[in-house]
Design a protein around this ligand. Sequence first.
Ligand code: SF4
Ligand code: FES
Length: 197
Amino acid sequence: MSEILLTIDGKEVRAREGMTILDAAREAGISIPTLCHHEKLESYGACRVCTVEAELNGRLSYVAACVRPVENNFVIRTMSEKVHKIRRVLLEELLAHAPDSEDLARLAQEYGADKNRFEKEASFCVLCGLCVRYCAEVKKKDAIGFVDRGARRAINFIPELAAKECWNCKECFPLCPTSALQAAYVLTEALASFDRG
Ligand code: SF4
Ligand code: FES
């Protein structure tokens, strides 16, 4: 695997081909905030909270550090003014869905995000997919998935599978960045519908 040389926040970093910017930064002791990323799961790139500025041959782009692989001569800035602003607006949008999330509140404070900037559409789910992907990739059960599209997109437990698998597992609950209660509520509904069915 060939070595990739790049700069992150002014620090020269040696990474390996195929690594993401996030992994290279973490190995170099540089922290980048994440929401939908989990080291046991495939990168997903849903929340964009990990956005960084990437400069290559004088061209700037803003990329999700958890999915974008490193490249030779990349100049990465994890905390430029524009990066800060992008994260702030993203957090404000996410807070409209999950205003009581402690994870979001912590990041909001760091980035000066106003939780009342956007009209509330509280669904308590920010569609990070952590619960869905954990069930599929780690537990290999697919007991939970997404349904619908656009504004109606939501998580949903498959009642027959949930009745068999979920009550004694619940490993996805603590992964949820908004509140484990959301998954618990949807699971309870799925189990109730299974009992009725
Ligand atoms: S319920 Fe929580 S973990 Fe699952 S997709 Fe929504 S925000 Fe993510
Ligand atoms: S943590 Fe990178 S897109 Fe969510």
